[in-house]
Ligand binder design. Structure first.
Ligand code: KG4
Ligand code: ZN
Length: 369
């Protein structure tokens, strides 16, 4: 998988998964779907054949626009999506060496996410579907995060448990099929990625926080500080990370929270120890809840996806956990962990085959159905 970073109007655009396909290779026999993703701060488009062959994938990240605010500003995100949606879609079609005639359907993530961000992708997808006379397919963004892990397995040994950890969601599912997921547990407050971002902000590490925490945590001792692991009731599969985030804040401001945040006065080693200890606490909770879910459904396979799945420490820990128990483990390739449109086009494929099409009244939805 090649990864090229180019710059368009100060937006970092990442293109990956571009394969040198012969233009006419069995095009007629294939279901080729254009996917569009604008749920948060990435404008993305991708062309995927038969649900697993990524012909192109273009992601225009806005991270630098939001970094000064320490998080995503919906109005800024929406405006950037409007500016970039057409260049990104054109680039994806061009990279795939196709024309609109070759596209079987247009898919879009219409939920969940920031309404005014989703609106841009939904409007673009509806317009293209109408102008090109193609079917329109609506995709759930969180469910789509599972697709890159599924792309890595030919056959899946069911029952399976999927852990999707992103900036907005921390969800455990029982996987019944690629389009049928049964929610087992979810976060009752902050999502894991959100906790990474907030703790990075407390430690002045910048936005997005996950990669910054992971980087400095490599220099730290994960056992330096004993941060709490909120596991809730014995059988609960839900998550809560806000207490952990607050514990980091207490640690930096003093137990009465009356002191100033000392993070900017700390040595690099001290910050690294906090980051490593925080990361270890998140991973312990994710693994313990996954263990409970595995037991609940008698799972033989574990799947991992979402932005936080790019974290090496998490990938390694969950893989080792599964290996020790003889469970199959599949994780999204790193570039496909964070938001992209290949996962949207991939999930649209089984929907296309099942004839599950949307019409032009499709609306964005901020929260999950
Ligand atoms: O899936 P995603 O791109 O967007 C949402 O659907 O929310 O996930 C973004 C989240 C952010 O909170 C980001 O800090 C986190 O994923 N993230 C990471 C890493 N890379 C991204 N968290 C921990 N370690 C990483 N390497
Ligand atoms: Zn996402």
């Amino acid at each position: 998988m090649s990864r090229i970073v180019i710059s368009i109007d100060r937006i970092t655009q990442t293109r990956y998964g571009v394969k040198n396909k012969s233009k006419n290779r069995m095009k007629k026999d294939r279901i080729i779907i254009l996917g569009i993703e604008t749920s948060c701060d990435e404008t993305a488009a991708a062309v995927v054949a038969d649900g697993r062959d990524i012909l192109s994938s273009v992601v225009a990240s806005q991270a630098h626009l939001h970094s000064r605010y320490g998080g995503v500003v919906p109005e800024v995100a929406s405006r950037a999506h409007v500016e970039h949606i057409l260049p990104v879609v054109s680039q994806a079609v061009e990279d795939a060496r196709l024309t609109s005639d070759d596209i079987s359907a247009v898919a879009v993530a219409n939920q969940p996410g920031l309404s005014i961000a989703l609106m841009v992708g939904v409007t673009a997808a509806k317009t293209l579907a109408w102008a090109w006379s193609k079917p329109l397919i609506a995709v759930n963004h969180v469910h789509a995060h599972l697709q890159p892990a599924l792309m890595n397995c030919e056959v899946i040994d069911l029952p399976a448990v999927a852990l999707i950890v992103s900036g907005g969601h921390t969800n455990l599912y029982e996987v019944c099929s690629s389009v049928q997921l049964q929610l087992l547990g979810t976060t009752i407050d902050d999502a894991a990625g959100e906790a990474f971002d907030k703790v990075a902000s407390i430690l002045n590490l910048g936005y997005p926080g996950g990669p910054a925490i992971e980087k400095i945590a490599r220099e730290g001792n994960p056992n330096a500080i004993s941060f709490p692991r909120s596991l809730m009731e014995k059988n609960s599969l839900d998550f809560s990370f806000s207490g952990l985030k607050t514990a980091v804040l207490y640690y930096c401001q003093g137990q009465d929270m009356k002191g100033q945040n000392r993070a900017h006065l700390m040595s690099r080693q001290e910050v690294a120890d906090i980051a490593a200890s925080f990361q270890a606490a998140v991973i312990d909770v994710l693994i313990e809840k996954t263990r409970r879910a595995i037991e609940r459904v008698g799972a033989r396979t574990v799947l991992l996806g979402g932005g936080v799945a790019a974290n090496n420490a998490l990938r390694t820990a969950l893989e080792a956990f599964c290996r020790n128990r003889g469970l199959a483990f599949f994780v999204a390739s790193k570039p496909l962990c964070t938001d992209n449109a290949a996962m949207v086009a991939a999930l649209a494929y089984p929907k296309y085959k099942a004839g599950l099409f949307a019409d032009l009244t499709l609306e964005p939805k901020a929260s999950l159905d």
